[in-house]
Structures are given as C-alpha cells and as structure tokens.
Design a protein around this ligand. Structure first.
Ligand code: CA
Length: 434
C-alpha cells in the first residue's frame, strides 16, 4: 500500500540475495551517491566502485548498521518493549543493501495506464481470481457481510497485491524497515513503521521469521504496512492472532476493514465507464469537481449500456488517459481504494478487476495506445517550460501531480486546446517551439 505496484516489488525482491554480496563489495561507505535512475523492470547497474583503495578501511554500512540497531534496541527497551520481542526482532536482523538500491532507484520510464491494466486485469488474472475466490468463498462472504465490501473487491486487491497470495514477498519486514530507517530516503517514516512492526511481534501475532513481505515493508497477502496492520488487521478466525500471511479469514476481514474504515459505502459500486457528450467541458474532469450523478446526467453524461448512472452524491469524472481515452464516473468507493494505494492506475485496476471477477465487462472505449507517456525527465522539462511561460506547476520533480495537471489545463485553455490536463509529447514539443 502507498507505494508502487506489487508486481514490480516482487520481481525486485527475488534478486535480493543475488545482488546482496556484489553491492556490499562495492559500497565502501554510507555516503555513496544514489545509484543511477533506472526502471525497476530492468536490471539495476552495478554500484560504482571506489576510485582507489582507501588508506584505512572506513566502516561499511553493515558496521554502522549494527551500531544503529544497538542504539535503536536500547531506545525501544527504554520505551518499555519487552526483552523477548527485542531478541526475536533484532538478534538476527540483517542489513539489506538491495533494499537501499531499490529505495533510491527512480524509474525514468512511466508505464502508461493501459499497459498497467493489461497486466493487472489480464484474462489470466480474471480466470485465476474466479477460481481462487471460489476456494475461499466463505471467508470472503463473511468479511463482506461484516464490512460491506463486496467479495470481488477484496479479491481484486488480493489479486493485484500478491497475485492471490502467490507472491507476497519473503523479505523480513523488520530487516527491510531497519535498513530503511538506517539509511533510506524516508528514515523517520521507516522508523515509525519499524516501531509498529515491533509492537506486532510483542502482541504475539507473528514472529520475525514469518513477518515477511516486500522490500518496502508491506506485509502479507494484501500488503499491509505495520502501522496499518495495527489499525486494521482483524483476527476473524478467532485463534487469537491476526494472521495476514496464512489465514484467509484474517486476510479477507483485514482488507475489508481497511476499506470500510477508509470510507467504503456499502451497496455502492466503485464507479462505471461512461460516455461524455460532444460538448463536454474537459476542464471539469477532475477529482476536485464533484457533484451528484443526476447533475452529470443532466449535462449529458451517459452509462455505456443505457442504464442509469451509479447513484453518487459526489461523483467525479476520471479521464486516466486524457480526452482521447475512456471516461469513468467514480464515487466514494473509488476514493477508498485510493487510500489503499494512492494511484489512479491502481484504483482503476481494482475497480475493473472486481467488475470482471463478478462477471461484468472490461473497458469498452479504446485506449489511445498511440500516445507515448512522458518520461520522468521529459516531465521535468514540461514543468520547467510551463513555469517559464507563467503556468506555475511548482518545483519540477518529473512527477505528474495535481499542480502539474492544473498548470497543463491552464496552458491548454489559453492555447485553445482541449483542457484535459493530460500531458503528451506533442504538448511538450508545442510548448518548446520557438
Ligand atoms: Ca487469526
């Protein structure tokens, strides 16, 4: 949750042991520059080797890590954490260099939404999901009855997070989070999650060896961070442990509880694909523009099958690929899924996979597959030139956030273009033209 998609994480994790030694050998101090940006889908370049042997061997990250663990352990002991939990958590804790490599990698190539959906909602993912859901039907139905989240939605999250439990990672969460708290990009965050992980061990839900997940600390079949585990995990099978690794009743109930606590409305769909009228003002397709479905209908927004629109009090129009791609009307349940992982591609994949698992349709309009999404450096160029032209997009960071979308819309509007806020290479070239 709250990170990039699980398949990438899982692919990365399998190489941890292979690269661990090579990385250690080349990493003489903790002050190495970050590794070159690379797509997580491609092998990372080997780390830079020191130019010349140092006169004295400076302490490597592992020595520094051992001292850091000692200090953290003392701090936790002083804070009242029991000795048995501290021993289980830290006696065999390991520094994981690969975790730092992945934490510092910034992918240059951005995966277009249609490409992500091809994998996340593939025919195979649907077929496997229907089979898996049938196997755990009573656990899914019980969670659904208790929390009001349909079985298909819980199963869709399960499918996307770990391919229905087939691949949820085997990195000990304590090791990953201790490494990140020691020298990751977000140390305070990792430290907080590590404290939460320690509380889980102390509660007796699971031990160090079995508390496993992704390199980034997301755990179990639906990838809970430890802080979310403490808030939302549920012991649904009544064995006294909250087990999101091995107990399907616990996995289903915990995931449904997360969504229910994030604003999921019982009985409402996540959203629906819609058709927009030819005179639609694309400037209004924005998550901040919300109104009742009746008002959207009065403006000419129609469902694909001619039936009434889902009944939302505050629905928004979503154009994941701009005005040339499919349109969706999304409501509070879509926003609850965003709380699980704040990415439109992710939330859309969960909605569409749940719909397919329940026998519904996939996306009907065509994706604009001819468009090439901007790379991270092209996005930075776009932000820079927008700023220069007076359309403030904030500090250029290469990421498409709300400020950049708004700046793109303002530019499009001023240039008489369709103001869908969707940046393309064409748009960048137009802005860069003399
Ligand atoms: Ca249990």
């Amino acid at each position: 949750m709250q990170r990039t998609n699980a398949p990438l994480l899982c692919r990365a994790r399998r190489t941890v042991s292979v690269l661990a030694f090579a990385t250690l050998a080349g990493c003489a101090t903790t002050q190495q520059p970050p590794v070159a940006p690379a797509s997580p889908a491609q092998p990372l370049p080997p780390p830079a080797r020191p130019q010349a042997p140092a006169a004295q061997n400076p302490p490597g990250p592992e020595q520094g890590f051992a001292q850091w663990v000692k200090d953290f352990r003392a701090e936790m002991r002083a804070a009242g954490v029991g000795e048995a939990a501290l021993r289980d958590a830290f006696d065999k804790v390991q520094y994981l260099p690969r975790v730092i490599e992945l934490d510092r990698a910034q992918p240059e190539f951005v995966r277009p939404v249609w490409d992500y959906l091809d994998t996340a909602v593939s025919a195979q993912r649907v077929a496997t999901g229907q089979e898996k859901l049938a196997q755990i039907r009573s656990a899914a139905d019980a969670a659904s009855a208790r929390y009001g989240v349909p079985p298909g939605v819980i199963a869709a999250i399960w499918g996307i997070e770990s391919n229905y439990g087939g691949n949820y990672g085997n990195t000990p969460a304590i090791d990953a989070l201790a490494t990140l708290a020691y020298e990751g990009r977000r140390r305070d965050w990792a430290r907080g999650e590590l404290r939460a992980a320690l509380r889980i061990i102390e509660n007796g839900d699971i031990d160090h060896a079995h508390m496993v997940g992704s390199w980034a600390g997301a755990m179990g079949q639906t990838q809970f961070l430890p802080s979310n585990f403490l808030r939302y995990a549920v012991d649904a099978d009544g064995d006294g442990k909250r087990d999101i690794w091995g107990s399907m009743p616990d996995v289903m109930a915990s995931t449904a509880n997360f969504l229910a606590s994030s604003g999921w409305q019982r009985g409402q769909p996540w959203g629906a694909e819609v058709q927009l009228p030819s005179n639609f003002d694309y400037g209004r397709a924005d998550s901040s523009v919300r109104q009742a479905s009746g008002q959207w209908a009065a403006e000419g927004v129609r469902s694909m099958d001619g039936r009434p629109l889902p009944d939302f009090a505050d629905g928004a129009i979503l154009l994941p690929a701009g005005a040339r791609g499919p349109a969706f009307l999304v409501g509070p349940n879509y926003r609850a899924v965003l709380r699980y992982n704040n990415s439109d591609s992710y939330a859309l994949a969960v909605g569409l996979l749940s719909q397919r698992l329940e026998g519904g349709p996939g996306v009907q309009a065509q994706w604009p597959r001819e468009l090439t999404p901007l790379t991270r450096s092209q996005m930075r160029e776009l932000q820079t030139v927008l700023n220069q032209e007076g359309f403030s997009s904030g500090e250029p960071d290469g990421l498409l956030g709300p400020a950049t979308r708004a700046a793109v819309r303002r530019y499009q509007h001023s240039a008489g273009l369709v103001a869908d806020g969707f940046p393309t290479l064409e748009l960048l070239q137009r802005l860069q033209a003399p």
